[in-house]
Design a protein around this ligand. Structure first.
Ligand SMILES: O=C([O-])C(=O)C[C@H](O)[C@@H](O)C(=O)[O-]
Ligand SMILES: [Mg+2]
Length: 433
């Protein structure tokens, strides 16, 4: 294959709106449709690679100049993606110190925005490169060390349907607003996908109710790994109380309190391991967090760590410091699940089941959905990611994005969605409890 064949000749960006159920978190409710961006990279050799990332305007604004600058470059120039990202100007109004709702992942910075965009392009380039070379993405990352990747059931408090008057898709999961509902949801997850680890998205109800839900799960699934993640909604004292109540059944407690200093205080006074996808979300945040012993598990997310190769670098840093690594997830489609599975397959010491929202997504842009069997996704050995874009589905979800009736949903806003149920709702101040 000549190097000319590796030249990127076209990059297509397709924003889509994807159906999302009425899931609750500490900031509010999921909208009926959530934005994602699908990236396609075409090479002179005829390969097409696909990637996926966040689709809100702040990401699209960066992705457009990034896409234009990519044409003419080598699809194999993955390091160059970061130089390119640094050269893309970030509008200062896109950066703030509030917790970013599109991921509840700590404060928004220009670097995080750039990396979240670069990651989508990196995955698309790896997919195209894999297709060109006839190699799976995991091989481009050094090769898989396992044949399947384990995921956890990502349990959410939720309503059966979106609020009255809000148009959206329906599903058959039913409501889960108390311990019995949470256990029923967990049973459905095991029946449908075979998951054996459970994570409950907390910070929705007062801690005693969420403690009761975890206790109910522990009784229903004795000995199974359980996690609770209130997205930083608790004070240090509340976090410690919950840790004391649930210490015997928790695999880890995820972001009980907001920010490294608070997490470090909790960690110093409990034996329950703490995980995070909020206080360690960039390499720059690692030194303080690890020096203070604030976290025992870093939940990587290739979207915001800057891609699959950065995820492996993160895993190496974590290994060096004796900190475990696993994987966080937001609402995502099959392209991202494939990418997560390829990189997770190459991380030697993955000891916790990874998170994935994918079971909540009834829609996809692939010709064939990825499947969980026994809670695992099989690692594809086909060239690239091993997925195929369904152009009709992509076009339909893009038409939904273009539809002016859905214009307000092009930005993820969980508080706005919650106001359709409770007009007085505002994003709660933290600590909430
Ligand atoms: O582990 C986490 O913190 C998340 O998955 C954050 C997500 O944004 C989740 O809370 C959600 O989608 O509501
Ligand atoms: Mg989390």
């Amino acid at each position: 294959m000549s190097t000319a064949a590796h030249t990127i000749t076209d990059v297509r960006l397709t924003p889509v709106l994807v159906a999302d159920p009425p899931l609750l978190n500490t900031q509010g409710l999921h909208q009926p449709y959530t934005p994602r961006l699908i990236i396609e990279v075409e090479t002179a050799g005829g390969a097409t690679g696909v990637g996926e990332t966040y689709g809100d305007a702040k990401y699209l604004d960066l992705a457009r100049p990034f896409a234009a600058a990519l044409v003419g470059r080598a699809v194999s120039d993955l390091n160059g993606l970061f130089t390119l990202a640094d050269s893309v100007t970030v509008d200062a109004t896109r950066v703030d110190t509030a917790v970013d709702v599109g991921g509840l992942r700590g404060v928004q910075t220009a670097d995080k925005l750039r990396l979240s965009v670069a990651s989508g392009f990196e995955v698309a380039c790896l997919d195209a490169l894999g297709e060109t070379l006839g190699l799976p993405v995991h091989a481009l990352l050094g090769g898989k060390v396992r044949d399947s990747v384990e995921y956890s059931a990502y349990l959410f408090y939720r309503h059966a349907e979106h609020p009255p008057g809000v148009a959206g898709e329906r599903d058959d999961w039913g409501a889960a607003l108390d311990p019995a509902g949470v256990v029923a949801q967990a049973r459905l997850f095991t029946e449908r996908y075979g998951f054996t680890s459970f994570k409950l998205k907390g910070g929705v109800f007062p801690p005693d109710q969420e403690i009761a839900a975890i206790r109910a799960l522990a009784a229903a699934f004795p000995g199974h790994p359980l996690r609770l993640d209130p997205n930083g909604a608790w004070s240090v004292e509340t976090s410690l109380e919950v840790a004391a109540e649930l210490g015997d059944v928790l695999e880890y407690l995820e972001d009980p309190a907001l920010g490294t200093p608070a997490m470090a205080e909790v960690a110093a006074r409990t034996k329950v391991p703490l995980a995070t996808n909020m206080c360690v979300t960039t390499f720059a945040e690692i030194p303080e967090a690890f020096a203070k012993g604030a976290v025992q598990v870093v939940l990587s997310d290739h979207h915001y760590w800057g891609g699959l190769r950065n995820t492996r670098e993160l895993a190496a840093v974590c290994r060096t410091f004796g900190v475990a690594v696993s994987m966080h997830s937001n609402t995502h489609l099959g392209i991202s699940l494939a990418a997560m599975t390829h990189v997770a397959a190459t991380v030697p010491d993955l000891r916790h089941a990874c998170d994935s929202h994918y079971p909540w997504q009834s829609e996809d842009v692939l010709t064939e959905r990825l499947r969980f069997e026994g809670g695992h996704v099989t690692v594809s050995d086909a060239p690239g990611l091993g997925v195929e874009l369904d152009r009709d589905r992509l076009a339909a979800l893009h038409r939904r994005w273009l539809d002016e009736d859905h214009a307000a949903l092009r930005e993820r806003d969980d508080a706005a969605a919650m106001r359709r149920l409770d007009p007085e709702w505002t994003t709660p101040l933290v600590p909430r409890w």
